[in-house]
Ligand binder design. Sequence first.
Ligand code: NDP
Length: 330
Amino acid sequence: NKVILLKNRPKGRPSLEDFEFTEEEKPKPNEGEILLKTKYVSVDPYLRGRMRDEKSYIAPFEVGKPLESGIIAEVLESNNKNFHKGDFVNGMLQWKEFQTSNGNGLNKVDGEKAPLKVYLGVLGLTGITAYLGLEKIGKPKKGETLLVSGAAGAVGSVVGQIGKIKGCRVVGIAGSDEKIDRIQEKFGFDAGINYRTTDNMKKAIAAACPDGVDVYFDNVGGEILDAALANMNKYGRVVNCGAISLYNKKETPTGPRVETTLIKKSILMQGFTVRDFVKDFGPAQNQLAKWMEQDKLSYLETVVEGFENIPQAFIDLFDGKNKGKMIVMA
Ligand code: NDP
């Protein structure tokens, strides 16, 4: 039974050296437990934060212990009346090929309704983050301009499509020309900016958003956030969803001070973690499923094969190697 542990707390950009691959005996389920086989593993930028020894909204990983993330697993054996052999479950599970669980925190998923992987993406926390971040904080209105960073990624690509459903002009920021083409052709974005080939993001955003920005959904933080803030309209809303450009920094950089921008333009800027809105998960998932049925919402996935490739797939997020949701098929 292969297991992946955190070997060191990464300094800066994570590397394979920070992970340890070990083997342990395949466990047996006790009374009330189920035996699970890992099928699909979600790798997510926020896991980088859990590798630091810092107090946060979620406990840090411990050195020498298995890592964990959102996983779809198959029930191989069940001593728990709520689960049956052959069921598939979704939940926060450890990076182990096989593990036992008492079932707490696991939700059954139906592979007939949608491909199982989708429950880690559009119909999982990714889609729910996009939907609720936009609904609760961004509140886009018809005719407004929505700017999204990380636009070709898992959350960003859903945010952009919801913006189009709501009748916004949608502009995306991403890290390659191919991604910019993709968000326009596949997801209906109106325009895109490749931040890696653009010298002056402030001017590029102004050019791509001639009426200014009403809602900025931020997945990356740092200099792109500064450039977006400079283009906000009066009463604009800034959704602080993520700040991946800062996750590997050893010190928090000090950027331009934004306070007067917010004051002069009466801008609302609010951070959130999706778990703030747990009670809204069900309705959010239903709405996302409905849009998918109506072909209003589509998705991209980058699927990496092999349990042992989980750490590399995670590291690759920081190089933008994924298009859409990054998933490992174990
Ligand atoms: P993505 O699928 O968007 O993958 C990460 C992407 O970030 C990469 O593909 C890359 O695309 C981009 N990126 C990497 N490094 C940089 C950089 N230095 N500057 C700009 N872009 C960079 O991941 P997710 O959709 O899962 O997550 C997106 C964001 O949302 C993350 O910041 C994450 O932490 C956050 N998040 C927040 C949640 C919440 O509850 N608040 C819940 C889920 C996610 P590119 O090629 O364009 O650079």
